[in-house]
Design a protein around this ligand. Structure first.
Ligand SMILES: O=C(O)C1=C[C@@H](OP(=O)(O)O)[C@@H](O)[C@H](O)C1
Ligand SMILES: C=C(OP(=O)(O)O)C(=O)O
Length: 429
């Protein structure tokens, strides 16, 4: 599908979708236990992929009005009847590849073209180090993957700078192994707050993890069992980034965002980034509301070591801001649904924006007066689509984004929310 967006001003009160990261983990945690009710989950293409995997391992996930009713496989995943299709979701593939290592038999995992291009080698090596068998069918460290268990746990070393999802995967699976898993990081951990999200969620399910000198550890033989048998998912700060950015570049009146409660999400850094660029932002943490007004923005330097998913949003803000916006520590942002560093450089380039790309950085030379509407490509990547939809608000003339349907991966109804904010847009096949 295509969406055409005319330059618009925005205002009003909207609700952030529930967190994708917490929803994935809550569904799988409930699967590792006897089950749980996941209240207010994100119902999206990616989180449904995790739900399907839990079913493949012998659990069940029923969608109810208020949440997902999950029945678990009690720490003993069955050998799936069929290949597990993780679709577009890296989180699903990494987290449930470690689950496969617990099953007494062989599991095959695959995904769409984008997911089959993303790195899985370090996780396969870790499973082998723990005594399982794990291979890429093409021998290139990418899916399709074939994993044979069971593993009993033990010590493992893994790089920290490719994906934090490997650590999350091993911690979650390790809790139900016999011996637990001790993870030694070979290189500095990137996307570190996502491991904190994991640890926070595991604690809420009664599972203890520890930070060691060189990494993390989880004891084996633990039970996943949240109080009252339920878990409530907080709002998603990566999704909030587009709403805050829309307010910062185009609010005629204040934009108010509900569902912004404190949690371990590193992407809450967007609040400081937007205000650091000059937009007035207020965060009422007790109520979980944010309000933002527009201002003349200026460029900023920001590291995305901890917050890779914010790069497309910051790049779009940088295109509207005056002066240079330099986004550093971004190498791991190239391993996402697309290489988001070069995707943003190229697509903003079509809108008249000058950028400088380095292996681990992107500099956007912002000048709102030269930002022009154009035909751009969302690259089949939800975050590229949504970030370009931010830039479109401030462009001179209409912008048409190809692949608008991909927002379903993390923010279903994104363009409905955009319209509620007053954006002048049209979607078509
Ligand atoms: O664990 C998670 O929920 C995620 C971790 C991050 O990936 P990496 O750890 O691969 O950087 C992030 O980019 C992704 O959107 C979600
Ligand atoms: C990279 C992302 O997710 P995943 O790794 O789960 O595909 C994302 O949501 O931006």
């Amino acid at each position: 599908m295509y969406v055409t967006i005319a330059p618009s001003s925005v205002g009003g009160r909207v609700r952030a979708p529930p967190s994708k990261s917490y929803t994935h983990r809550a569904i799988l945690a409930a699967g590792y236990g006897e089950g749980a009710f996941v209240r207010d989950p994100l119902r999206s293409a990616d989180t449904r992929a995790t739900a399907r995997a839990v079913e493949a391992y012998g659990g069940s996930v029923a969608e109810r009005e208020e949440g997902f009713e999950v029945e678990g496989f009690s720490g003993e995943p069955a050998v799936p009847d069929d290949v597990i299709d993780c679709a577009n979701s890296g989180t699903t593939m990494r987290l449930v590849t470690a689950t496969a290592a617990l099953a007494d038999g062989t599991t095959v995992l695959t995904g769409d073209g984008s997911l089959r291009s993303r790195p899985q080698g370090p996780l396969l090596d870790a499973i082998e180090e723990l005594g399982g068998e794990a291979a890429s069918t093409r021998g290139n460290g990418r899916a399709p993957l074939v994993v044979t268990g069971p593993i009993a746990g033990g010590g493992v070393s893994i790089p920290g700078d490719v994906s934090s999802q490997y650590i999350t995967a091993l911690l979650m699976a390790g809790a139900v192994t016999e011996r637990g898993i001790e993870i030694d990081l070979e290189t500095e951990l990137k996307s570190a707050p996502y491991v904190e999200i994991t640890r926070e969620l595991l604690a809420a399910f009664g599972v203890e993890t520890t930070e060691t000198g060189g990494g993390f550890a989880v004891a084996g033989g633990q039970r996943y069992d949240p109080p009252e048998g339920e878990y409530s998912v907080p709002g998603d700060f990566s999704s909030i980034s587009y709403l805050l950015a829309a307010g910062a570049v185009a609010a005629a009146e204040t934009v108010e965002i509900e569902g912004a409660h404190e949690s371990a999400q590193g992407d809450r850094a967007i609040v400081d980034i937007v205000s650091g660029m000059g937009a007035p932002v207020e965060w009422n943490r007790a109520e979980g509301t944010l309000s933002v007004s527009a201002a003349d923005l200026s460029g900023i330097e920001v590291s995305v070591a901890d917050t890779p998913d914010l790069l497309p949003t910051i790049a779009a803000l940088g295109a509207v801001a005056d002066g240079e916006t330099r986004i550093t520590d971004a190498e791991h942002v190239r391993y996402k649904e697309t290489d988001r560093v070069s995707a943003m450089a190229a697509e903003l380039g079509k809108m008249g924006v000058e950028t400088t790309e380095e292996p681990d950085a992107l500099t956007v030379h912002g000048d709102r007066s030269t930002l022009e509407g154009a035909a751009v490509d969302g690259r089949g990547d939800h975050r590229i689509v949504m970030a370009l939809a931010v830039a479109a608000l401030a462009a001179d003339g209409e912008t048409t984004i190809a692949g608008s349907e991909h927002v379903d991966v993390s923010f279903p109804g994104f363009f409905g929310t955009w319209a509620d904010l007053g954006v002048d847009l049209e979607e078509r096949e």
